[in-house]
Design a binder for this molecule. Structure first.
Ligand code: BG6
Length: 491
């Protein structure tokens, strides 16, 4: 059997996409609270108010006009405000995860539940209590938490009043937050991730209208996060030598569309810019040689201190994690057949099929990615997001219970599990797999509920209606069987 004993099967969520309770028990606002819903063709908007009182909305990657402040406005729907109300349903949801046999549950802590603005001296006790209760509930069932410290939700005060991640001082605020949670949850958590899909910072600005200044800001933003991540790793090891800390990369397998040497080079540079840049710094503790070329392309000059470089060298991560949904084709040639995906645009690959949201379905790309990355870093790896966002239809099952016949999801997951198995046989030290949105939640990219990933259906609709009732889909029983057989029975 390929999957090693103790393999960490499970599922993954993020605070801002599932908790809801956005303004409950002292939680402060984050940018994700001011994001409207969108669709595959219309972007999520950030809503804002100007000093003169005028109000407006802009696509999320554009940023609000100078002087504007994010605001919750009448007439808009903010899907993350209630999400699936995991905040009040966590016991029920964790019981369902346990029923599937989860060994690991990946979740994130909302920074602004712990420090509402980020600058308080003392943490918010109610926030600390909430996550303690969640960890205790997981412990009851023997499920290991895998905790992401940051999943798209910096306290809004830091973003708007202090310059966000472009400001070097934000590192110290993150240090304080990281120290608090690493100390508070000692003994309840073993594995941590610092920044979710850290590499999306560059891809994100490229979705809009990137300028050299935007590149400079994005690379500075990343540098400050690298240093904060290195601090967190070092701190974790000091607080509890049993702690292991990983990075988290948005993993997209890039292929050249043609054998034209220009496409081969463009593809290699895409890997470097989008995938290796962050992985190298976080795994090796230093910038790669090609960083210079990337910065020079946009005349970027970064503020990097000698101390920062020393800190990076002292804080390489213990393991590598990534999300994997799709591959991407890169070309220098004009092509009308463009497809969007997880924060990236690329050419359509004629050998693949695509999801309803246009994401390339490519299980072999997962094997390609795993083998390439393991060879590069030789650190244990986890796939911490994978899954199919699809339309689901709730129907009455044979037993009279409501369910979803989601064979398409089972097929998708099965093919990816097969490729993980081959990668393990080929020598990759793959230690865990958490499927994305193991319970339906709000889509990060489009803000939709109807883009569902879960084994558990949540009765919540895009217009905010729904009972929040939970129902097991067919994939629930399938995954339970996969876990019980440690990946041997995936039929
Ligand atoms: C990753 C994120 O980008 O992909 C998740 O880490 C996100 O937060 C997931 O939800 C799937 O993307 P989407 O846009 O379908 O929600």
């Amino acid at each position: 059997m390929a999957f090693p004993e103790g393999f960490l099967w499970g599922g993954a969520t993020a605070a801002n996409q599932c908790e809801g309770a956005w303004d409950v028990d002292g939680r402060g606002p984050a940018e994700t609270d001011m994001l409207t819903g969108g669709t595959v063709n219309t972007p999520r908007m950030l809503t804002y108010r100007m000093p003169d009182g005028t109000e407006g909305a802009v696509p999320q990657w554009e940023g609000v006009p100078e002087g504007g402040r994010l605001a919750v406005l009448d007439g808009y729907l903010y899907p993350n405000h209630d999400a699936i109300d995991f905040y009040h349903h966590y016991k029920e949801d964790i019981a369902l995860f346990a029923e599937m046999g989860f060994k690991q549950y990946r979740m994130s802590i909302s920074w602004s539940r712990i420090y509402p603005t980020g600058i308080e001296d003392e943490p918010n006790q109610a926030g600390l209590d909430f996550y303690r209760n969640v960890f205790l509930e997981l412990q009851k069932y023997g499920i290991e938490p895998l905790v992401t410290m940051w999943h798209f939700d910096t306290p809004n005060y830091i973003e708007e009043e202090l310059g966000g991640w472009e400001n070097h001082d934000t590192i110290a605020l993150f240090d304080k937050y990281a120290r608090t949670i690493l100390t508070e949850y000692k003994g309840l958590v073993k594995n941590w991730l610092t920044f979710n899909e850290i590499n999306n910072t560059i891809a994100f600005i490229e979705m809009g209208h990137p300028t050299d200044e935007k590149y400079r800001a994005a690379y500075q933003h990343l540098h400050n996060k690298f240093v904060a991540s290195a601090h967190a790793v070092k701190m974790a090891h000091e607080i509890d030598p049993a702690y292991k800390v990983g990075c988290m990369i948005c993993g997209i397998a890039n292929y050249p569309l043609t054998p034209d040497p220009d496409d081969i080079l463009a593809n290699r540079y895409q890997w470097e810019k989008n995938i290796f840049y962050c992985g190298d710094v976080q795994c090796k503790g230093k910038y790669p040689t090609f960083a210079k070329r990337l910065w020079n392309e946009h005349g970027v000059e970064l503020e990097i201190t000698e101390q920062d470089l020393a800190d990076l060298a002292e804080g390489p991560v213990d393991f590598y994690t990534f999300s994997y949904y799709m591959s991407n084709a890169v070309t220098t040639h004009q092509t009308d057949d463009q497809v969007g995906g997880n924060f990236v645009m690329g050419a359509k690959n004629p050998y693949l099929t695509y999801s309803d949201w246009g994401w390339a379905l490519d299980p072999k790309g997962l094997r390609y990615y795993l083998e390439l990355i393991y060879d590069r870093y030789e650190k244990p790896i986890m796939v911490v997001e994978n899954g199919l966002g699809a339309f689901d239809e709730l129907v009455e099952g044979e037993d009279g219970q409501m369910t979803v016949h989601d064979d398409y999801r089972i097929d998708y997951l099965r093919e990816h599990v097969k490729e993980m198995e081959i990668a393990i046989e080929d020598g990759v030290d793959l230690v865990g797999y958490t499927t994305w949105g193991c319970i339906d939640l709000v889509s990060a990219g489009t803000g939709e509920m109807r883009k569902r990933y879960g084994f558990i259906y949540v009765d919540k609709n895009d217009d905010g209606t729904g009972t929040m009732a939970r129902y097991k889909k067919d994939s629930f029983a399938w995954y339970k069987k996969v876990i019980a057989s440690n990946g041997a029975d995936i039929a």
